[in-house]
Design a protein around this ligand. Sequence first.
Ligand code: DQA
Length: 172
Amino acid sequence: MAMRTKARDMAGQAASGGASSPVAVLVIHGPNLNLLGEREPEIYGRTRLADIDKELKRLGRELEMKVETFQSNSEGGIVDRIQKARGKCEVLILNPGAYTHTSVAIRDAIQAVNIPVIEVHLSNVYRREPFRHHSTIADIAHGRIMGFGAESYSLALRAARTMAEESRRRSG
Ligand code: DQA
């Protein structure tokens, strides 16, 4: 059984056991995103991380998805959480924060677990300093959403649902 199909089935069983089980999504926020709302609000907006997570869970219920959220300031913490998601989640929504621009370990973890990733950023990194233009995961991400502030995450969640449904349809 392909890993993605297995992940779907395991996630589905965990959620309800039914054929139309909720799409299981894990949202990971990287370093300094715990300070959202206070941190450079002119760039990242005034919405706090707790409010973003709350909205994602609300939207998840509306879209019949199972949404888990996680934040870590450490690269190892993010790698551990990605590994833990293996076989349990269908789509990963990931804002690696500054690790976007440097982390081979996070890239390797994504490839190891074989879960499709949507890369998310609050800001449009291409309107910012050149060092933010490189992402170690851009070429392995299913898609990238950036520049819409907190709404980038909601857009990603809607995209995750479409992706998972297409993948379920493909695997019958
Ligand atoms: C960010 C962009 C990164 O360059 C930065 O280091 C962050 C946040 C964003 O969401 O816009 O911490 O990922």
